[in-house]
Write a protein that binds this ligand. Structure first.
Ligand SMILES: Cc1cc2nc3c(=O)[nH]c(=O)nc-3n(C[C@H](O)[C@H](O)[C@H](O)COP(=O)(O)OP(=O)(O)OC[C@H]3O[C@@H](n4cnc5c(N)ncnc54)[C@H](O)[C@@H]3O)c2cc1C
Length: 361
């Protein structure tokens, strides 16, 4: 049997970041990744300040975006985000680089699949499959960082991550310089559709559970004339978050830590992983992971969830939202709420100001 202090399942942004910080602190860590060439279906948009915060080489960034566009039918608003621009990465190279950073810090990286888990009073034993061989690994704690289809979560908590289906495609014939969010029931069954500059060409997609007709209408509206291979992958909701249970921590998509409204997950996967690593390094009570995460993010996640429920309800509310977005004050507040580090208080005063904007010219 192999023995480590911490075993992490999943070498995406959450798992690789946790591994890097744990190993740096001298904690014997095993990082288990199913497939080293896996390319996570993703727009690859990451707020730029994440690179200095998590000490990631900016050389991996393929494109920079300093404007986002909000689109509903013929209405379009462009919002300046040059204070906190977005870097676009290719997820295959990005994830590989994060795993390499973890290895450089001392993590053991293994290409293997997590299969099952046994619980004991002061440790857990994971079974992983390497090629055709089953290996048992003993550790004080396990970290489930295995994404939206988390097997660790299913085994430990008996549930699945609450999520929506996305339909997306890479396109090569059109380049977009800004990140566009397209709203409305014509192109998005839920929330929004998107057009992002991608590492190569562009990436388009929509949140739609049922079929591809929403994506087809987006393609039509964008006037894209190209043979498109659409794929599907699930994205978590911020709902039924799970932080810790029976010597197992959860982080990133497996913990449901995706920001509502924008559905930005990479930054929060890495930030949550750093909070978790700190808790383990300082030998704090496992429950303080949820406490520390909540102190930092609960207000922000709740505020964006409330705004998502109010404004992305139907086409009428979306047109009200677009009317608001034309106001500079609202743009500033939304950018602060989304990308700012300081909290925006969503209380009576906030809604009063929003209402005031709505009735003034
Ligand atoms: C279409 C789409 C577009 C998106 N665009 C953006 C965007 O532009 N910006 C943004 O911030 N977020 C975006 N997201 C969300 C973002 O991709 C995720 O929130 C983020 O990748 C979460 O990181 P993670 O490490 O928790 O999980 P993942 O990145 O999913 O990593 C989990 C890893 O675990 C491995 N694994 C799974 N099961 C096992 C197992 N049994 N054994 C071993 N290894 C296993 C997987 O191979 C994978 O490498 C997008 C999501 C989708 C679906």
């Amino acid at each position: 049997m192999l023995e480590y202090e911490i075993v992490i399942i999943g070498g995406g942004p959450a798992g690789a970041t946790a591994a890097k910080y744990l190993s740096r602190a001298g904690i014997k860590t095993l990082l288990v990744q199913r497939n080293m060439s896996f390319k996570k279906p993703c727009g690859g948009g990451i707020r730029l300040d994440a690179f200095s915060e998590f000490e990631i080489d900016t050389g991996i960034i393929r494109k920079y975006v300093d404007t986002i566009a909000l689109v509903h039918k013929d209405d379009r608003v462009e919002v300046d985000i040059s204070q906190t621009p977005i870097g676009i990465v290719d997820r295959q190279s990005f994830d590989a680089m994060l795993r390499q950073d973890a290895q450089d810090a001392g993590t053991t990286l293994l290409e293997a699949v997590f299969v099952s888990l046994e619980h004991f009073e002061d440790h857990v034993v994971s079974t992983i499959k390497v090629d055709e061989e089953y290996i048992k690994v003993r550790s004080s704690y396990l970290i489930g960082a295995d994404g939206v289809n988390s097997k660790v979560r299913k085994i430990v908590n008996g549930d699945r991550v609450s999520s929506s289906m996305t339909h997306y495609a890479d396109i090569t014939t059109k380049e977009y310089g800004v990140c566009e969010f397209h709203f409305g029931s014509e192109v998005a069954e839920r929330l929004y559709a998107w057009v992002f500059p991608h590492a190569e060409g562009s990436n388009i997609g929509t949140l739609a559970e049922s079929d591809q007709s929403y994506l087809n209408r987006l393609i039509e509206n964008l006037d894209i004339d190209e043979d498109i291979k659409a794929l599907g992958y699930r994205i978590p909701h911020y709902h039924n978050t799970l932080f810790y249970k029976d010597r197992v921590f959860f982080v990133g998509d497996s913990a449901s830590q995706v920001l509502p409204f924008t559905y930005e997950g990479i930054y929060y996967a890495m930030s949550s992983a750093k909070i978790l690593a700190d808790v383990i390094i300082n030998d704090e009570d496992p429950k303080s992971y949820e406490k520390r995460w909540s102190e930092k993010y609960k207000n922000k996640f709740t505020a964006l969830l409330i705004l998502q429920k109010i404004f992305l309800r139907n086409d009428f509310m979306i047109s009200l939202m677009m009317r608001l977005y034309h106001k500079r004050y609202i743009q500033e507040q939304m950018v602060r709420l989304w990308l700012g580090k300081r909290e925006v208080k969503i209380g009576i005063k906030f809604f009063f100001n929003v209402f005031k904007q709505l009735i003034t010219r």
